[in-house]
Design a protein around this ligand. Structure first.
Ligand code: GRG
Length: 298
């Protein structure tokens, strides 16, 4: 590892600590919240995780000339929406998973009703945080619109629905798979980038460049996730692996094989790194995050 990479890794570690502190702060200020509900929300929100989405918001803000810490509230809001989606995805009615982020899933500990409600509350809190803590008001409104459309009926929820439908219909082609992932995971990752850019005052062409970077990184993230299900270490992942094939899930390695999936992963990340280079030295962390997505082991 070269010295520059080490510096970037140290910066990401410090940023992750700030993200975790801010998330804890948001949980601590919920004084009127029934204690068991707050416990259930905090159980999943503060359980670790790579914090990739808040990091994307901070990195995009910096790449566009802003103070990355100004993007912390937006990044935390995005992490709350992501955590809600994981809690709901793990429910028996969806993927029925027992482990997430290295611990029993929310519904295993708190029961299904509270898990559903904790997810609902995290989703709602995300928009309170955006509306209240992002400045100025017009940027906060634009961030609310970005996150809502990324998470909603044409974004992540749509991706989840089409994914569930694909399990029934058995559609098996790469275009269909990419369509699912663009909505299920890509849109949410991309909203981190656009919110970070907006907070830095980026203009429309710059936001489009961030989106192009995000499209590549989003798909690469999903390919990496599918590859980890084939060959990842469950200890490091904090959840079960090798589930997809057994469930007949549509995946990149399932459709293209492991080698071709790896080739696509790195092709997408190389393109994303070229986009990152267009931001000059301020975009160094965009390139580093692309590498992180390719090399991640959990
Ligand atoms: C329930 C509305 C609803 C949507 C669920 C995103 C999603 C849709 C489900 C998650 C299922 C899943 C495992 C998707 C694959 C990609 C993904 C989101 C992985 C988890 O994200 P990471 O790796 O997790 O960033 P951490 O824990 O590091 O935050």
């Amino acid at each position: 590892m070269d010295a520059a990479a080490t510096d970037l890794e140290i910066a990401f570690r410090l940023w992750r600590e700030s993200i975790n502190q801010r998330l804890s702060g948001y949980m601590a200020e919920r004084l009127d919240c029934p204690p068991r509900l707050r416990e259930s929300m905090a159980y999943s929100l503060l359980a670790g995780g790579k914090r990739l989405r808040p990091l994307l918001a901070m990195v995009a803000c910096e790449a566009c000339g802003g103070d990355p810490f100004a993007a912390l509230p937006a990044g935390c809001a995005l992490e709350m929406v992501h955590t809600y989606s994981l809690i709901h995805d793990d429910l028996p009615a969806m993927d029925d998973d027992d482990f997430r982020r290295g611990r029993p899933t929310n519904h295993k500990v708190f029961g299904e009703s509270l898990a559903i409600l904790a997810g609902d509350a995290l989703l709602t809190l995300a928009f309170e945080v955006l509306a209240r803590d992002v400045q100025p008001g017009n940027v906060a409104a634009a961030c609310c619109a970005d996150l809502a459309s990324a998470a909603g009926e044409c974004g992540m929820v749509a991706g989840q629905v089409v994914d569930l439908e694909a399990e029934q219909t058995g559609v098996k082609d790469v275009a269909h798979l990419e369509g699912i992932h663009r909505r299920k995971t890509g849109r949410l990752l991309m909203s981190g980038l656009t919110m970070g850019g907006r907070i830095a005052g980026a203009d429309a062409p710059t936001l489009r460049r961030l989106e192009e970077y995000g499209q590549g990184v989003g798909l690469a993230f999903q390919i990496a996730d599918d590859l980890l299900d084939v060959s990842g270490d469950p200890e490091k992942m904090g959840k079960g692996v090798q589930k997809d094939a057994g469930l007949g899930k549509l995946t990149y390695p399932g459709l293209l094989g492991v080698d071709e999936s790896r080739r696509r992963l790195w092709g997408l990340l190389d393109e994303a790194k070229q986009q990152a280079a267009s931001f000059g030295t301020q975009g160094a962390k965009l390139a580093a995050l692309a590498d992180f997505v390719g090399k991640r082991d959990h």
